[in-house]
Ligand binder design. Structure first.
Ligand code: ZN
Length: 291
């Protein structure tokens, strides 16, 4: 089935009808997750996710002990199987519904997909417990001190509240976020572009688990570069911008050296959510616009 048609027949509360994944050739690598989700076949997704966790169980135990001795970091080697099986289901769901639609996917939609598509598979009780545990864990345990902005795992974002931004695969909330984006594009020019907008709890869960898996189960390290699900302002207002053509480097300090970033600084109405040495435990994110 064409992923464009997926939500037309879904019984889910969100009905997506517009086409998806319309990226211009040079916009393909806006974030590192696009390649992972869209360029792989279903079986390759499993292999890829598993290959990201580079330590054996024994190595992982030693690694986490080493870290735990230094500071209160949570590294969960024994969770590897669950972390990966959930991550694989999330990535496959993204593949199924399309990159753009996945940004708005609710938890109920995700469960629906699991139940109805054998390629993805129903979420097991252990997987669901694990997801709940991740969502309801106080982020301060990971060393993340930002506030919680989405309180329920089942909270939904309706498509009506958002506007799809052409050629980006992303959405912005109507009102201030979209007005701010339009204004800064008008004032800086077309070389500044949206790299991530509205993200549902599911999308944030996907990003967070993906990162944690890549970091051998180290949730604290993951939380340093990404808000845990429920704590991301992408869920309610904020968005990320980058320089056209800079690719994944838009999510590194390279962005702070661009003319686009310098221009952003000159606009009086723009501020960055996570500046250098912020009190939230988050790395410097020059690309993340506070709304
Ligand atoms: Zn961001």
């Amino acid at each position: 089935m064409n992923r464009r048609d997926f939500f037309k027949i879904s019984t889910s509360s969100i009905v997506f009808t517009s086409s998806q994944s319309i990226f211009a050739a040079n916009e393909k690598h806006y974030d590192e997750y696009i390649r992972d989700s869209l360029s792989f076949e279903y079986e390759e997704i499993s292999k890829y996710v598993k290959s990201q966790f580079s330590l054996s169980h024994k190595e992982c135990e030693m690694f986490s002990k080493d870290i735990l001795n230094k500071k209160p970091v949570i590294a969960r080697c024994h969770d590897k199987e669950l972390l990966q099986s959930i991550s694989i289901k999330l990535k496959k769901s993204q593949r199924l519904v399309g990159y753009g639609n996945f940004n708005l996917l609710s938890f109920d939609d995700l469960l629906y997909i699991g139940r109805n598509y054998s390629k993805i598979g129903k979420f097991s009780k252990d997987e669901l417990d694990y997801i709940e545990n991740i969502f309801y864990t106080q982020a301060t345990e990971y060393g993340f001190y930002g506030k919680k902005v989405t309180y329920k795992l089942s909270d939904k974002i309706t498509k009506k509240e958002t506007i799809k931004i052409p050629h980006t695969g992303h959405y912005l909330y109507k009102g201030e976020p979209v007005d701010m984006y339009k204004r800064l594009r008008k004032e800086i020019g077309p070389s500044i572009i949206l790299t991530s907008g509205v993200r549902s709890v599911v999308k944030q869960l996907d990003l967070f688990l993906y990162k944690a898996n890549k970091l051998n189960g180290n949730y604290s390290k993951a939380a340093h570069s990404l808000a845990p699900p429920g704590y991301s302002f992408h869920g309610i207002s904020d968005f990320d911008v980058g320089k056209l053509g800079l690719g994944y480097k838009n999510f590194t300090s390279s962005f702070s050296k661009t003319k686009e970033y310098a221009d952003l600084q000159k606009l009086g109405y723009i501020s960055i959510r996570y500046p250098k040495n912020n009190p939230f435990g988050v790395r410097f994110e020059p690309w993340h616009i506070k709304v």
